[in-house]
Ligand binder design. Structure first.
Ligand code: SMO
Length: 765
């Protein structure tokens, strides 16, 4: 039973007193330490790999190469979400190998795996592996990878192109542009970023030879999703892989996928018969975790003379890195394209997305996963159009917004918005910002300090399919709430406990949330795409309803009453207000006992529900103010106001926390973060916190977060996602503010990140 704590969240007492249990805390005495030998080259042929000297190092138990894993039937990791192939679309995948064979394609790609009784022995042995490489030129970035003479990464990927995806109506767009009064065009670069969760990737791998079952303990965004990704690559049925996740020290999308290291470590456990433990160094995390974004977008917006949007035309070229991960091409294609509608009635939209292989680490989901990028493109184009053609940027947005009474609104790119009042969010945000006062302050600031105000209106297609599951289990004086999601800092133990207790009308102390074991929680799609609250809560709701319905029928039988005559309150079925009645635990015992009961009332009250999860459309308006020091180019975020519609909120504090975290992540991407690869060598030169600028508290401001909810119409609890709204609203709000400030000195557009050097250079030019 969960203890009563003085903390706001169930999780806090444990976590803030150092009692969290993270994967690296599991340190079985007999476990071998694992060290990966990694490629120092971005692109090279492996001429020879000699393991003998490494194997001779004292305390080394095994040194493994690609061939050894291949003999176990381990294959490269395939995508779980391919780009849909259809008219105009093409897809050539390149799967991510557990260990490189013949060729390495990015700096940090694993080449061999050393297992030893001590970490130092493993490190020494990794040094003793002899690899002969023949270097090839590296293709860094989409332009280089698409150049006619570019080095080819994969046989079969012609011109390094992984996929081409087309969405929308290109003919309608072409005719709209032909009639437009105004056309604005821009080229927008969204550089790569790394997620850098506080807890680096870590794993404990085991293999039970008796039953042939692999067990992987690792941080994840859902054990079911990780198992579905890894089992086929291991060449086993899903039941032959058990995935366990304990506490997770940050996820941000990079934990949604399986990794080559998972496969290699599980293979090593099988080959050695020992448990294997591994925790990435920060350098490995920077180089080898999947990265995010990496897009080069050419966009055009057509307007009529009054400022009505006519058409939007977007061409996105995406730097996938060396391999296609589980979801990278899908995110950059499908998620990105379907975010180009936003809150606006744009009659015609066309998007083309070309995903390109390059000699950098693979990309995958990164908070928002395609949606912040799409939204950023829309919102930058609107500001550019307003400035160029003399429209007020707020009037322009308001004029083109989808009205609240247009719901449900078919957005033309495959989604139907169920609800939302976009103008109300815009108005609520503007009501908190005095634009006249801002203009007065801007004038007063003079020439040395450039003030900027930026806003962003967005709709974020979130969550959705396939399914989600919840299981209520009666324990000894406790009801376990098993859910398929995974808390990644998202407070599931607090939120789903409170929800279950409310739906069951019992004390919270009687409810205990469980997740993180694929033996129990395999069906869930995991905590991705802002879906946990929406999908898991619905499943809990359904499971509670099913359980209470059975309990009511049983109580009626035992109390010799009609089911509808029973009163249910506080966990108790009674006939009148003051009779003793039967509580849920008594009913569960009677049902389990089963004596003389009809079959449908026997077997206990445990209940399982699986729901089909529908997408939701969190939306809102975010406003940022910045101040640029003209002499140094330093950008200071001076104010941040958000008004979000996350639907009905299960816990307002936790929603606010999600918005805060998302905004901070967006500010980092907008102002300071960039995964910088050297164009010639392909080295990741920003591979430590000395070089990669994570935002610090001093880079932020006290966020003023507000909610203006409209209940979601597509699920009974009225919930919408909240986990990524801050990131989606934040990118464009901050960059529109930066560009608003720079416009006063004649700079139209600046790409992220708006570092002092880039801002200063733009002003100087
Ligand atoms: S970036 Mo999220 O795991 O969709």
């Amino acid at each position: 039973m969960a203890a009563v704590t003085p903390f706001a969240r169930v999780e806090d007492g444990r976590l803030v007193t150092g009692q969290g249990r993270f994967t690296a805390d599991l340190a079985p005495r007999d476990a071998l330490h694992a060290v990966f030998l990694r490629s120092p080259h971005a692109h090279a042929r492996i001429l020879s790999l000699t393991l003998d000297d490494a194997r001779a190092v004292p305390d080394v138990v095994a040194v493994i190469d690609a061939a050894a894993l291949e003999k176990l039937g381990i294959r490269p990791l395939a995508e779980t979400n391919p780009v849909p192939v259809g008219p105009g679309n093409a897809f050539h995948s390149a799967h991510w190998p557990a260990l490189a064979k013949e060729k390495v394609r990015y700096v940090g790609e694993a080449v061999a795996l050393v297992l030893a009784d001590t970490l130092n022995a493993a490190l020494d042995a990794a040094d003793a592996v002899a690899v002969e490489y023949e270097e090839d030129a590296a293709a860094i970035g989409v332009d280089a990878a698409l150049a006619p003479a570019a080095p080819r990464l994969h046989d079969g990927a012609c011109g390094n192109i992984a996929s081409v995806f087309c969405a929308g109506d290109a003919d309608a767009v072409a005719s709209a542009f032909a009639q437009a009064a105004h056309v604005v065009e821009a080229r927008l670069e969204l550089p790569r970023v790394v997620a850098a969760p506080m807890e680096p990737r870590s794993a404990l791998a085991r293999f039970d030879a008796a039953d042939g079952v692999y067990t992987l303990t690792a941080p994840s965004q859902g054990v079911g999703a990780l198992r579905r990704h890894l089992a086929p690559a291991l060449g086993v049925a899903p039941e032959a892989l058990r995935v366990l996740t304990q506490d997770v020290g940050g996820a941000f999308g990079v934990r949604a996928v399986g990794y080559p290291e998972h496969l290699a470590l599980l293979g090593a456990a099988r080959l050695t018969g020992r448990a294997i433990r591994w925790t990435a160094t920060r350098l490995e995390a920077m180089m080898c975790d999947t990265q995010g974004r990496g897009m080069s977008v050419a966009a055009r917006l057509a307007l009529d003379a009054e400022g009505n949007f006519l058409a939007f035309d977007v061409d996105n070229r995406v730097d996938l890195g060396a391999y296609n991960t589980s979801n990278a091409a899908f995110i950059a294609s499908n998620n990105f394209a379907r975010s180009l509608v936003g809150p606006y009635r744009t009659p015609a939209i066309a998007a083309r997305v070309t995903c390109v292989f390059s000699n950098a680490a693979p990309v995958a989901a990164y908070r928002g996963a395609g949606r912040p990028e799409g939204n950023y493109v829309v919102e930058r184009l609107i500001d550019l159009a307003a400035r160029r053609f003399g429209f007020d940027r707020i009037d322009l947005r308001r004029r083109n917004m989808i009205a609240a009474d247009a719901m449900p609104y078919a957005n033309g790119l495959g989604f139907s918005y169920d609800s939302g009042d976009f103008r109300a969010c815009l108005d609520a945000a503007l009501a908190r910002v005095d634009r006249d006062d801002f203009e007065t302050r801007r004038r007063a600031a003079g020439q040395d300090r450039l003030l900027g105000l930026g806003l962003c209106c967005f709709v974020e297609p979130a969550g959705g399919p396939p399914q989600e599951t919840a299981h209520l289990r009666f324990g000894d004086g406790v009801i376990f709430i098993d859910v398929g999601g995974q808390s990644i800092g998202t407070s599931h133990a607090t939120v789903f406990r409170a929800l279950a207790a409310r739906l069951l009308d019992v004390d919270e102390a009687l409810c205990d949330v469980r997740q993180g074991d694929s033996a129990r929680h395999a069906e869930g799609a995991g905590s991705i795409a802002s879906r946990s609250a929406v999908a898991n809560a619905q499943a809990v709701d359904d499971a509670v309803k099913a359980m209470l319905a059975k309990a009511r029928r049983l109580a009626a039988l035992l109390l010799q009453a009609a089911p509808d005559d029973l009163i249910y309150a506080r966990g108790l079925f009674t006939l009148t207000e003051d009779d003793r009645g039967l509580d849920l635990f008594e009913l569960d015992r009677a049902s389990r006992d089963g004596a003389n009961l009809p079959a449908d009332l026997a077997g206990g009250l445990d209940a399982r529900a699986v729901i089909a999860a529908k997408p939701t459309f969190p939306n809102g308006c975010h406003i940022a103010e910045v101040e640029i020091d003209r002499a140094t180019g330093q950008v200071a975020l001076t104010r941040y106001v958000s008004v979000d519609d996350c639907g009905v909120m299960l816990d307002e504090t936790i929603v606010a926390g999600q918005i805060h975290g998302g905004v901070a992540q967006a500010v980092g991407e907008a102002l300071c973060e960039v995964a910088h690869y050297d164009r010639d060598s392909g080295q990741l030169v920003s591979a430590s916190f000395m070089d990669y600028a994570m935002p610090r508290a001093s880079d932020l401001v006290a966020f003023e977060t507000h909610e203006r909810p409209t209940p979601c119409a597509s699920n009974p609890l009225g919930l919408k996602g909240a986990g990524e709204s801050g990131t989606t609203g934040g990118l464009a709000a901050v960059m529109n503010a930066v560009c608003d400030a720079l416009a006063t000195v004649g700079v139209d557009h600046l790409d992220m990140p708006a570092t002092p050097e880039r801002v200063w250079t733009a002003i100087a030019d």
